[in-house]
Design a protein around this ligand. Structure first.
Ligand SMILES: O=P(O)(O)OC[C@H]1O[C@](O)(COP(=O)(O)O)[C@@H](O)[C@@H]1O
Ligand SMILES: [Mg+2]
Ligand SMILES: [Mg+2]
Length: 339
């Protein structure tokens, strides 16, 4: 049995110039994940379910657990001293961690502290996503530009899934590994080494309740998934948890595609590029899958704002490629006026 901490240190040798800062930063994320996990596990007993009454920059009412998770991750990153700045779904502006220890830290972190907020109160799996970049600014507190980097610049990324078990899955650009939290010892232990997503699958994940608003290409792809054809194991199975991390984790293990497309009312989709699409795209690509906005690789998309939204087609390579063909045929980029 190897713990996350032991694995991180062991893998440090993959990076000849590593001085342990990234390892310690990953450790800090692991610590915050354990604290959040403890609250989630007994959420019904503690006064932590329900709305906080505060509306965040997304125009969504923050859940109490959104706020709690945000505080725990920011405080762990702040006291850990390896991160100088955080961009969070729950904060309109970047958060400067200008404590003596973190002021000159080399890394910046983008985070969705609690993903799948609509599922918190109903005991359905939720998650946390994180993206780590090397800062560009040389000294002092760090600046907005440090976080507005393309997904290709990520040095590490991952997610935590708080489900029937709690797992932390991450990559540093050398494959994807998964660790399951063993509550009896309070440690994340390696349970899924070198995860590879199947090249194709029979699961599609999309909120079909929005069907009428979807681009024609997506409508056609859904119809393709629902046609009877034994040779291609269709109709596929529709699975949609409504927590992106949980839907993605299932598809990572079993094969499948998750789509959150643009719609007439949300021409750029719903999900946020910096702390939802980019970290999960890095994971999926490192596991051998594919992630695009229907036209372009997610990791190559220019980042201009912290909370910018992007449509996403992510999962098994063959399924994403086919969905892209439907988009190219029925919803060519110019028609959808996608910038
Ligand atoms: O209810 P919808 O429109 O299908 O959206 C569900 C999607 O929105 C999200 O909940 C957005 O994330 P947050 O909960 O972090 O805001 C995703 O996890 C999920 O896949
Ligand atoms: Mg989210
Ligand atoms: Mg969230």
């Amino acid at each position: 049995m190897i713990t996350l901490g032991q694995f991180i240190i062991k893998k440090q040798s993959d990076f000849p110039y590593a001085k342990g800062e990234l390892s310690r930063l990953l450790r800090d994320i692991g610590i915050a994940a354990k604290i959040v996990n403890r609250e989630i596990n007994k959420a019904g007993l503690a006064d932590i379910l329900g709305d906080s009454g505060v509306v965040n920059v997304q125009g969504e009412t923050q859940k109490k657990l959104d706020v709690y998770a945000n505080e725990q991750f920011i405080s762990a990153l702040s006291s850990g001293g390896e991160c100088c700045l955080v961009a969070s779904e729950e904060n309109e502006e970047v958060v400067l961690l200008n404590t003596d220890v973190s002021k000159n830290a080399k890394y910046v972190v983008a985070i969705d502290p609690l993903d799948g907020s609509s599922n918190i109160d109903v005991n359905v799996a939720v998650g946390t996503t994180f993206s780590i970049y090397r800062r560009k600014s040389t000294d002092g507190n760090g600046v907005l530009e440090d976080i507005l980097q393309k997904g290709t610049e990520q040095v590490a990324a991952g997610y935590v899934i708080y489900g029937s078990s709690t797992m932390l899955v991450y990559t540093t650009g050398k494959g994807v590994n998964g660790f399951t939290l063993d509550p009896s010892i309070g440690e994340f232990c390696l349970s899924h080494a070198d995860i590879k997503i199947p090249e194709t699958g029979t699961i599609y994940s999309i909120n079909e309740g929005n069907y009428v608003h979807f681009p024609e290409g997506v409508k056609k792809y859904i119809k393709y998934c629902q046609v009877e054809d034994d040779a291609t194991q269709r109709p596929y199975t529709s699975r949609y948890i409504g927590s992106m991390v949980a839907d993605l984790h299932r598809n990572l293990i079993k094969g499948g595609i998750y789509i959150y497309p643009s719609t007439a009312s949300a021409p750029k989709g719903k999900l946020r590029l910096v702390y939802e699409c980019n970290p999960l795209a890095f994971i999926i690509e490192q596991a051998g899958g594919r992630a695009t906005n229907g036209y372009e690789r997610i990791l190559d998309i220019d980042v201009t704002e912290i909370h910018q939204r992007e449509s996403i087609f992510i999962g098994s390579t063959k399924m994403v490629l086919l969905a892209e063909e439907y988009m190219a045929q029925y919803s060519p980029k110019e028609i959808l006026k996608v910038s």
